[in-house]
Design a protein around this ligand. Structure first.
Ligand SMILES: C[S@@+](CC[C@H](N)C(=O)[O-])C[C@H]1O[C@@H](n2cnc3c(N)ncnc32)[C@H](O)[C@@H]1O
Length: 228
């Protein structure tokens, strides 16, 4: 198990936290449905329009190198949204078999054509795949959307299907200022806290894969633009 940032190549841009400050309860409710509003509605409700632009390509290459992926390997992206990382993994590892699992019918219906035939609708707590059946399992900014017990169940499932060859990234904050930014921006998280909380949950679930944090670093400055 290692703390490693596999999203280090993700483009960084300014984001106006105050535009979404203490988001309206109605926007949070809409976002949690993971439908049109979350992906392609206004910025107050989610991504503000999520389209393929190649931003995952360098990350796919870093993931491929980190897990030494090669032709014939099976990879799973849990909470794959519109399948953009899947598409770029297929490109980064020719001959690989890249699967996605996603709860949102809207995202599946609007996913990238290259990912379409391998996205399964489902939820992270119940993975419809055999134990130890993937060379790498990714779950980026997803499990914090579950309540605590479901979160642990999802981490157990990730461990089961990956055998520990996995990468989980979750929302976290290290101090009060980051916590304030988090509360101002994040719409859908149900389980969150400092990294120590996550390390405890990883232990409880028996999760031995790699991990990193999504941290909203400072008001109105440099954060990940496409992070919903
Ligand atoms: C913040 S987005 C992250 C998408 C993508 N992994 C990324 O990093 O860009 C969260 C995604 O997880 C999906 N999701 C939410 N709850 C889920 C669950 N219980 N099981 C599977 N996917 C879920 C949402 O529909 C959405 O596509």
């Amino acid at each position: 198990m290692a703390e490693i940032n596999l999203l280090r190549s993700y483009p960084r841009a300014k984001r106006n936290l105050s535009a979404r400050q203490r988001a309206q309860a109605s926007n949070r409710d809409l976002a949690k449905k993971f439908g049109f509003e979350y992906f392609d509605g206004s910025r107050e409700q989610g991504y503000g329009g999520y389209r393929y632009d190649g931003r995952w390509r360098p990350i796919a290459r870093d993931i491929a190198a980190h897990f030494a992926l090669q032709a014939g390997d099976r990879v799973l992206d849990i909470g794959c949204a519109k399948g953009f990382l899947m598409r770029d993994l297929i490109e980064a590892v020719p001959g690989s078999e890249v699967w996605g699992l996603e709860i949102s019918q809207y995202a599946i219906e609007h996913c990238h054509a290259d990912a379409q035939h391998r996205i399964v609708r489902g939820t992270a707590q119940y993975l419809p795949f055999a134990s130890d059946s993937f060379a790498a399992v990714l779950c980026i900014n997803v499990v914090h959307n579950l309540e605590r017990d479901a979160c642990v169940a999802a981490l157990r499932e990730i461990q089961r299907v990956s055998g520990g060859r996995a990468y989980v990234q979750v929302d976290a904050y290290r101090d009060d200022s980051e916590r304030d930014n988090f509360l101002d921006w994040v719409l859908t998280a149900q389980t969150y806290g400092k990294p120590d909380l996550w390390l405890d949950l990883f232990r409880e679930a028996g999760y031995t894969g790699d991990y990193y944090w999504t941290i909203i670093e400072s008001d109105e400055w440099i954060v990940r633009e496409a992070r919903a």
